[in-house]
Ligand binder design. Structure first.
Ligand SMILES: [Zn+2]
Length: 177
């Protein structure tokens, strides 16, 4: 008699639904399949807010259409990327200065495969070094506006802000034709 009861308890009721995933709770709409963002540590520029970085003016300027960097108030050294202290004299007395609104392709390459995480759909795309008059360094960045097959060294480009779509902004270069 006791064994019979135990068997009865082990048998699942016929009406019981098969196990469901947690997101399919009865009475609630199924959870939308979200595209996962890239892992945090693979995101090179996750923090643009003033609470997170002293370089936040760079991103604020970019949102306003200005590509800027820092220049030392003591020795006049212009740095790239922007700094919070001068690499030469170590002062934190730096000014934000505008970079020229135009430059030229110094060197470039096309990414045809093996794109960074999150950029697979952009392939093929162009990255390169841009030189600007009066600027003692070259800037690396994405170059848009001309297919890689017709990009040429010396081609004029202008920097532009690029909205990353999640509240952040970055810069890139667009060819001027
Ligand atoms: Zn300095």
């Amino acid at each position: 008699m006791g064994a019979e009861i135990a068997r009865e308890r082990r048998r699942p009721p016929v009406s019981e639904p098969s196990p469901s995933p947690p997101e399919a709770t009865p009475g609630e709409p199924p959870a939308k399949k979200a595209v996962a963002p890239p892992p945090f540590l693979l995101d090179f520029f996750p923090l643009e807010d003033a609470k997170q970085t002293r370089l936040s003016p760079f991103f604020d300027h970019l949102r306003a259409g200005r590509l800027t960097t820092t220049r030392c108030r003591r020795d006049g050294r212009m740095s790239w990327p922007p700094r919070v202290v001068c690499p030469d004299c170590h002062t934190s007395e730096l000014d934000w200065v505008d970079l020229p609104a135009a430059g030229r392709i110094y060197a470039f390459s096309a990414v045809l495969m093996g794109a960074p995480l999150g950029m697979e759909a952009d392939v093929p795309f162009v990255v390169g070094l841009v030189e600007m008059d009066g600027v003692p360094f070259r800037l690396f960045g994405r170059i848009v506006g001309t297919p890689w097959e017709t990009c040429r060294i010396g081609m004029p480009v202008r920097p532009e802000p690029y909205d990353l779509g999640d509240g952040r902004v970055f810069y890139r270069f667009r060819t001027v034709t």
